[in-house]
Write a protein that binds this ligand. Structure first.
Ligand SMILES: Cc1cc2nc3c(=O)[nH]c(=O)nc-3n(C[C@H](O)[C@H](O)[C@H](O)COP(=O)(O)O)c2cc1C
Length: 325
């Protein structure tokens, strides 16, 4: 399949693995890239720019296909060494960066000068237009369904994607709720040039996380996620568990008076405990409604091949068949 996204990034299939904290290590990024998609190392999971440089080098020993690095600009107390991370990316020869969160404008000149293509992830048409206006090469449009931070507008992809198609001139991929060939075919119909997946890629053989995480996704339905931190305007979609119930109870009790410190036990530093140790009730972790469509733990190659075969069959048989009657 050839789309503006496969052309832009030099990949075989229009399928991107979004950055994921404590999941996006070289094992997963290289597996996705080796299967013809675009794998992504998660920059901030690496504690320093030097660690990111090592992870990039490690990934290069595992694939000779293009892969990217996610850089997330979120409101965190101790600002990470973003200039250092950017240097590691450029010096490591990585040619694709996925930015997310705050405006990446400050870093675009250095990245573009080094020949790096930037895809910015955003949750609204106005932010996508902003990304386009500052010179991003593509955007990833993350609907209300998505795992992680869906923003505060709550517009699902069936509306958000065609709205983006109406307004944007740069290519975009559909993100949030994507799981299979049906998702890919539908995203293309709505104007996207490919898909970005998070949750679906965690439930794969190669995702370097504890098996409990994969089983939790397979065992969850589309009804099992919750939105937290709305009153802090830092909404996150997470999988429901006792820690999340506790967090929501605090939100209910404190209302607008809730401060980050009130929920620190449920959200701060929980990712290694969950992803590495498999202590599933350690806190809140991002998971999409798409869990309801995930029933197995295939290899990344099997998953991507299946998505491409299914999307191709839908387009060439189901849809075109409807026109023949
Ligand atoms: C466990 C987990 C951690 C994530 N961490 C990040 C992150 O650090 N930075 C980021 O930009 N997106 C992050 N995301 C969001 C994904 O990159 C992607 O946008 C999202 O998962 C798409 O929705 P989906 O899960 O329905 O496919 C995370 C998602 C998950 C499931």
């Amino acid at each position: 399949m050839k789309t503006k996204i496969t052309e832009l990034f030099g990949i075989e299939h229009p399928i991107i693995q979004g950055g994921m904290h404590y999941v996006g290590f070289a094992e997963l990024a290289s597996a996705v890239s080796n299967a013809g998609g675009l794998g992504m190392i998660t920059g901030l999971t690496q504690r320093s720019a030097a660690d990111l440089a090592k992870e990039i080098a490690r990934c290069k020993t595992m694939t000779d296909k293009p892969f990217g690095v996610n850089l997330t600009f979120l409101p965190i107390v101790n600002t990470p060494d973003y200039p250092g991370y950017i240097r590691a990316i450029i010096e490591g020869g990585v040619k694709i960066v996925e930015t997310a969160g705050n405006n990446p404008q400050k870093y675009l000149p250095a990245l573009h000068e080094a020949g790096v293509k930037v895809i910015h992830k955003c949750t609204s048409v106005r932010h996508a237009l902003k990304a386009q206006s500052i010179g991003c090469d593509a955007v990833s449009v993350d609907g209300f369904e998505c795992a992680g931070h869906p923003g505060e507008d709550d517009v699902p992809n069936f509306i958000l994607l065609p709205r983006a198609a109406d307004e944007l001139t740069i290519p975009f991929v559909a993100s949030g709720g994507m799981a299979d060939g049906r998702s890919l075919a539908a995203a293309l119909c709505l104007g996207a040039e490919g898909i970005n997946m998070g949750t679906r890629f965690i439930a794969t053989q190669e995702a370097p996380v504890h098996d409990n995480v994969k089983q939790a996704i397979v065992g969850a339905s589309e009804l099992d996620t919750r939105l937290v931190m709305r009153s802090l305007r830092n909404t996150e979609r997470v999988l429901r568990n006792p820690a999340v119930d506790r967090l929501i109870e605090k939100e209910r009790a404190l209302g607008d008076k809730l401060k980050f410190e009130d929920i620190i036990d449920e959200v701060a530093g929980v990712y290694p405990k969950i992803m590495k140790d498999g202590t599933m009730e350690a806190g809140a972790w991002s998971c999409g409604m798409v869990a309801g469509l995930i029933h197995d733990i295939p290899t990344v190659q099997e998953l991507i091949d299946r998505i491409m075969a299914e999307a191709t069959a839908i387009i060439t048989q189901r849809l075109s068949g409807m026109l023949k009657g």
